[in-house]
Design a protein around this ligand. Structure first.
Ligand SMILES: [Zn+2]
Ligand SMILES: [Zn+2]
Length: 369
């Protein structure tokens, strides 16, 4: 299909750490045999984008960031047999080789040999990094087939984009990584976009008590509409006491940390009941460490779990999230707090930096590819 030529696209390029994005014409290499070219309809802004842009994590500049994408298939590589031009899709950063030990075990987020996508070059023929293997702050992307999942065309593009990272990560942390069971008590620390996914995942898993902990009053209120049964303001009350009050003196069976704030990390174990599990969902900056008391951890038979992308498997989890959305069990539309065109990316990034937004999404208005 198609003549497999490179494509000229408009993209927002970050040329250095802390810099502002500039719109440039770039050359997107034609899709390889196992790749797909996608016309981007929406790309949400993730805190991981800001971690790289603001220097919390290292990356080779120049970069096109953006990795939570919904769009339409524009072209498929020769070896792609199960997608067609025009199919509406979600694109994620999770790429799998399908061959390695992790892939064989179904541990997609731990693929040992994730396929890197084809190249992106600027007007001077310099390579531009595709941020997180995607590069979605651009009119089009070329990604590996494993990163793409079809979704129903009637889904709003902005809501669908959230399935590519934030909601996948939040719901997956609750259902896959923590494996929350019916009747359990769950504390969610941090009620941003990912935290709202964790809360919804805990509710979907049947948790009986869900305490949403966040210093912002508007986020605590919204958390109650997402499935939280109680809230706590960590600036004005001891969250451990707040949990204890609503459980008749017990602490949480699960604490899920959906923030990268170091202070929250170090106080999270104090919220955990014996036999409980602390799940680390948010990714702090390089160099942040956690101090634990190993004898207390062993003595209380507790666990600390890392959760990368909610231990997601795209082919299993995205269709399941779509079904939850259409059945009214998963709120996505309500998470989108604002939209911006690509020209206003800097303003949109500032909104996410400020912490006031829930989910900020870059939207495109492109004709059929
Ligand atoms: Zn992300
Ligand atoms: Zn693999």
């Amino acid at each position: 299909m198609g003549d497999h030529r490179s494509t000229e696209i408009l993209a927002a390029v970050h040329r250095g750490r802390g810099g502002s994005p500039v719109l440039e014409k770039l050359t997107l290499a034609a899709p390889g045999p196992e790749e797909v070219r996608v016309t981007v309809d929406a790309c949400a802004i993730c805190h991981s984008d800001l971690m790289f842009i603001d220097g919390g994590w290292a990356i080779d500049f120049p970069v096109v960031f953006g990795h939570e994408i919904s769009g339409r298939v524009a072209e498929i590589g020769e070896a792609v047999t199960d997608l067609a031009r025009g199919t509406t899709v979600v694109v994620s950063l999770i790429a799998t080789c399908g061959q390695c030990h992790a892939c064989q075990q179904g541990h997609d987020v731990a693929c040992e040999n994730p396929p890197a996508s084809s190249s992106l070059t600027d007007a001077n023929n310099r390579t531009v990094t595709k941020g997180l293997n995607t590069g979605g702050f651009a009119e089009q992307v070329v990604v590996h087939r494993s990163q793409v999942v079809a979704v129903p065309p009637e889904m709003p593009a902005t809501s669908a984009s959230l399935l590519g990272c934030g909601v996948l990560t939040g719901v997956g942390a609750a259902r896959n990584t923590a494996n929350i069971q019916p009747g359990e008590t769950v504390a969610v620390v941090g009620c941003g976009g990912v935290g709202m996914g964790v809360i919804q995942g805990a509710q979907l898993a049947g948790a009986s008590t869900i305490v949403a902990i966040d210093p912002q009053a508007d986020k605590r209120s919204l958390a109650l509409t997402m499935g939280a049964t109680h809230t706590a303001d960590p600036l004005n009350q001891d969250p451990a006491e707040a949990i204890s009050q609503v459980t008749g003196g017990r602490l949480a069976d699960h604490v899920l940390l959906a923030t990268a704030a170091p202070a929250a990390l170090n106080s999270a174990l104090a919220l955990l009941a014996p036999m409980g599990a602390l799940t680390l969902v948010g990714m702090p900056a390089d160099g942040v460490t956690l101090t634990i008391d190993p004898s207390a951890l062993a003595g209380y038979n507790q666990r600390i779990l890392g959760s990368k992308m909610g231990t997601a498997r795209l082919n299993r989890d995205i269709p399941s999230l779509v079904a939850d959305y259409f059945a009214g069990r998963l709120k996505l539309d309500q998470l989108v707090s604002s939209t911006y065109p690509l020209e206003d990316l800097e303003q949109a990034l500032d909104e996410v930096r400020s912490g006031s937004a829930l989910r900020t999404v870059i939207v495109f208005n492109q004709p059929e590819a």
